[in-house]
Ligand binder design. Structure first.
Ligand code: 5GP
Ligand code: 5GP
Length: 228
């Protein structure tokens, strides 16, 4: 009799555990995939520093892949026991140096930037992406979304001129298929400029989607696209 009860009890416990697992795999709704224009990081009052590997190419670089909720809020720093470990991504480092360079000062090998992004954002998607999977996914998204080409083929060039925000969005929507969110910052003389471009990705990291919600913030209707 007693053993029947204990079997029942363990079955119940197993069911509870499996329910927990299901709710854990739903721990965020989608990702923002955020790319930054290096010219706009560097020409602000704060300025920038090139990484040890030298001046990055004049292209958008990855800022991060950020798990988000549909209500606009987001989880952060989800697992202090899963710290950044370079040994897990050795095969990706050279690709990351090219496509995910840090422009913060002082000059570095970008590892602090990747550590920050993994620990703040990456750990919140560990139910779907391993550490290697997280960086690999971001790199492959970058490969699938050539923002600079989307803009330049629409005549929008990083030449210090101003372009209409609507034209910028339409150029990206036309080339990539999804409406982006544009984040602006201000250069040293106070002009509003194209700083970061947000695209949305489903919660497995595989496909671009239309953004369920956009971040807050405002650009001018005409914004500068500085050179780098
Ligand atoms: P800022 O205050 O400069 O907009 O954002 C600072 C940092 O907060 C970002 O680099 C990013 O790590 C995080 N952050 C800002 N907005 C969002 C958001 O909408 N979703 C997520 N997941 N992170 C965000
Ligand atoms: P967030 O919390 O905004 O995702 O991450 C930004 C943090 O990464 C800041 O502490 C910033 O100093 C650092 N960081 C290092 N390199 C870069 C870079 O190239 N661009 C940006 N936006 N932040 C960087």
């Amino acid at each position: 009799m007693e053993s029947k009860y204990s079997i029942l009890l363990s079955l119940l416990m197993l069911q509870c555990l499996s329910l927990l697992c299901v709710s854990q795999s739903q721990d965020f709704d989608f990702f923002y995939f955020v790319q930054q224009w290096p010219g706009s990081y560097c020409d602000t009052k704060q300025s920038c520093c090139y990484p040890n590997t030298g001046k990055p190419t004049a292209d958008f670089g990855i800022h991060g892949l950020w798990p988000n909720y549909k209500d606009g809020s987001y989880p952060s720093n989800c697992d202090p026991n899963n710290s950044f470990n370079q040994a897990k991504i050795l095969d990706l480092i050279s690709n990351m140096q090219k496509n995910w360079p840090s422009l913060a000062c002082p000059s570095s090998n970008s590892i602090q930037f990747w550590t920050h992004e993994w620990e703040k954002h990456g750990t919140c998607s560990e139910s779907v992406l391993s550490q290697h999977g997280y960086f690999d996914t971001a790199l492959s998204l970058k490969g699938k979304t050539n923002l600079l080409e989307a803009l330049t083929s629409a005549g929008i060039n990083p030449d210090g001129n101003s372009y209409s925000l609507v034209n910028i969005k339409n150029a990206i929507k036309g080339a990539i298929g999804y409406t982006p969110w544009i984040e602006c910052n201000v250069d040293a003389s106070g002009n509003s400029q194209l700083y970061q471009i947000y695209l949305c990705v489903d919660n497995s990291g595989s496909d671009l989607i239309e953004c369920p919600v956009f971040p807050k913030g405002k650009c001018g209707s005409e914004i500068e696209f500085p050179s780098f």
